[in-house]
Design a protein around this ligand. Structure first.
Ligand code: HPA
Length: 273
């Protein structure tokens, strides 16, 4: 068997041997968005270190465990902490946990992240549903021999973010009185934030927000035919003329501030599935 498939099998068997219930939905929490886990009726927490072949999270603000439990009566698995290409992981490592969650049985995946706004209509603290993405220099995780038991060689990417899930989130936003933008996520490698010229370029090329995660995970989920919903919290504005310094602390701070809103949306999304 292929090395990746073997590793996936071992990780899945390890988790199933712990008696986890089959999760219906997977959730990935971005930088500064960890308090969503307080909403979960937690059944088991399993640290990444203990799971065979799982990478280990290094970035500040990411705690690094899989959480199994229930929310709104739905069985879920939540990744508290994700893996980024800029940390030095290979694209296969970045998407390994996504593939594990899908092999465990999830039928939908919900991702969140912190992102820099480049749409001049955005402000810090806004929520943006990702309706499409542009990958810029983030290596495609499907490069290499195709793992046909996971999905096709040339996956369709005409609807990487499920329209039906987007419509649901917009409904929830309306019901809850939360304004939600919709835009294109421009995926970059990081770890530098962008130069002023790069933020301008991203805008010209069609991005509404820019970030260092998510795209590879979305590709892996689409490869395996799993519907994706993803949402960004805008934590900084890249197209400002002045005061354009951006720090990781600022990103974490503004992600935290927007956490109640994004938590509510994700919770209601899960209830509606
Ligand atoms: N650029 C890239 N990634 C980010 C940003 C940004 O401005 N903000 C949060 N993540």
């Amino acid at each position: 068997m292929n090395d990746i498939l073997l590793k996936l099998e071992e990780a899945v068997q390890f988790l199933q041997a712990k008696g986890i219930s089959r999760p219906g939905v997977g959730v990935v929490l971005g930088s500064g968005l960890g308090s969503f886990v307080n909403e979960i009726d937690i059944e088991q927490e399993i640290s990444y270190q203990s799971i065979p072949h799982f990478p280990v999270s290094t970035v500040e603000g990411h705690s690094g465990k899989l959480i199994f439990g229930k929310l709104s009566g739905k069985q879920l698995v939540c990744m508290a902490g994700r893996f980024h290409y800029y940390e030095g992981y290979t694209p296969e490592e970045v998407v390994f946990p996504i593939r594990v969650m899908i092999r465990l049985g999830i039928e939908n995946i919900i991702l969140s992240n912190a992102a820099g706004g480049v749409n001049p209509g955005y402000k810090v603290g806004d929520l943006m549903i990702i309706k499409d993405h542009i990958s810029f220099a983030t290596k495609n995780p499907l490069i290499g021999k195709n793992l046909s038991t996971l999905g096709p060689r040339f996956p369709d990417m005409s609807e990487p973010y499920k329209k039906e899930l987007i419509a649901r989130a917009l409904d929830i936003g309306r019901q809850q009185g939360i304004d939600i933008k919709q835009g294109v996520y421009f995926g970059v490698t990081g770890p530098t934030f962008e130069t002023r010229a790069e933020y301008q370029m991203i805008r010209i090329l069609g991005g509404d927000a820019v970030g260092m995660s998510t795209v590879q995970e979305v590709v892996a989920a689409n490869h395996m035919g799993i519907p994706v919903f993803a949402m960004s919290v805008i934590t900084d504005i890249g197209v400002r003329e002045d005061e354009n310094t951006i720090t990781h602390e600022e990103v974490l701070h503004f992600a935290k501030a927007a956490e109640p809103k994004i938590t509510l949306i994700i919770k209601e999304m899960i209830a509606s599935l």
